[in-house]
Design a protein around this ligand. Structure first.
Ligand SMILES: *Cc1c(COP(=O)(O)O)cnc(C)c1O
Length: 337
């Protein structure tokens, strides 16, 4: 299989190996690598009927010295388990989670994009309720699986800004599952996302479901803005998915760039406060936001064609750490080999 690393988008690709573990009679087995990309699950599986499933997304980064970095996988493990508790699923022990990640990366080693290509190996851990069932309650059995594929930019353009539109739909309810990384939130976002793309926007921005006056997030990435006086601001809300990238940027903006950082309400009617804005997440990395369409107004931040200087610095710091070029804060990087 010949891969043009520079041309990769964010698309499925079948690689040789994935990891699968089963939870039965109250316990996880030790799991194993398999070449079978199909899951054989019972027709009564709660994952199919009642959305009892959650997932994660993290990346393996090819370093200059040929080794491979994982970025804060312990945080993905912790979040998967928070999602699992919200949906009444058994937690996946951190050790099983990390073993699965490392085994999948090493087994598919030749598909980890080389340093300098800009591409990475995207890992998708998935936890689903399975087994015979029809009533609305938790499943008797569970599958935990991790598969992976090389990916490039999530939003076309990478560090070239793209535009977003504020949706009238809600992504998640205030006391619903917005903070859990569950498929149901995404099912609800498919229609608004399609509508945004049909109007040539990269994706939509959701407002807080209670008042529809404050920015929540970007559907698959968190929002941040850089104010005119260089504060790093990101929304605070119980229905936002707590992005590991966002928390990493909050730390780096303060500790490495010396910016004041704020997690607070971000009113949609005061976008002029920001001289730069972006979407952040594992898949999106940092994607600069050129402009936001809200009702009949289109607000441009720094530029529709060029990334702003603070966003660029944050990007360089974050990706420098991920690829092993810059010193990482303690515990952020696990080198696979
Ligand atoms: C996964 C996800 C993000 C990004 O989180 P990271 O931990 O930074 O990858 C943002 N929003 C939603 C809805 C997500 O599912």
């Amino acid at each position: 299989m010949e891969i043009n690393w520079a041309e990769l988008g964010f698309d499925y690709m079948k690689l040789p190996y994935r990891f699968i573990a089963h939870f039965k009679n109250g316990a996880w087995d030790s799991g194993q690598l398999t070449e079978d990309e199909f899951l054989h699950i019972h027709e009564g599986s709660t994952a199919l009927h009642y959305g009892q499933q959650c997932f994660e997304g993290l990346k393996a980064y090819g370093r200059k010295d040929g080794k491979i970095n994982l970025f804060r996988p312990d945080q993905n493990s912790a979040r998967l388990n928070r999602s699992a508790r919200r949906l009444l699923m058994p937690e996946v022990p951190e050790e099983l989670f990390l073993t699965a990640i490392k085994q999948v990366v090493l087994a598919n080693r030749e598909f980890v994009p080389p340093y300098g290509t800009g591409a990475t190996l995207y890992l998708r851990p998935l936890l689903i309720g399975v087994g015979p069932n029809i009533g609305v309650h938790a499943a008797p059995e569970y599958i935990f699986t991790v598969f992976c594929m090389p990916v490039g930019a999530y939003f076309k353009g990478g560090l070239t800004p793209t535009n977003f539109i504020v949706s009238d739909y809600d992504r998640a309810a205030p006391k619903g599952t917005g903070a859990a990384k569950v498929g149901g939130n995404y099912a609800a976002s498919l229609l608004p996302g399609e509508e945004a793309k049909a109007r040539n926007f990269s994706d939509c921005i959701y407002l807080d479901p209670e008042t529809h006056t404050k920015i929540e997030e970007v559907g698959s990435a968190n929002f941040f803005g850089i104010t005119q006086d260089e504060q790093f601001v990101t929304p605070k809300s119980p229905s936002i998915l707590p992005s590991i990238t966002k928390y990493s940027l909050l730390f780096l903006a303060k500790e490495r760039l010396g910016l004041e950082t704020l997690e607070e309400d971000v009113p949609i009617n005061n976008l002029a406060r920001f001289k730069e804005a972006g979407a952040c997440g594992t898949a999106a990395v940092i994607s600069p936001i050129g402009g936001i369409q809200y009702e009949d107004k289109f607000h441009v931040f720094y530029s529709e064609s060029e990334v702003g200087p603070v966003t660029q610095k944050l990007y360089d710091e974050l990706t420098g750490i991920q690829f092993g070029d810059k010193p990482a804060p303690t515990g952020w990087i696990i080198t696979v080999d």
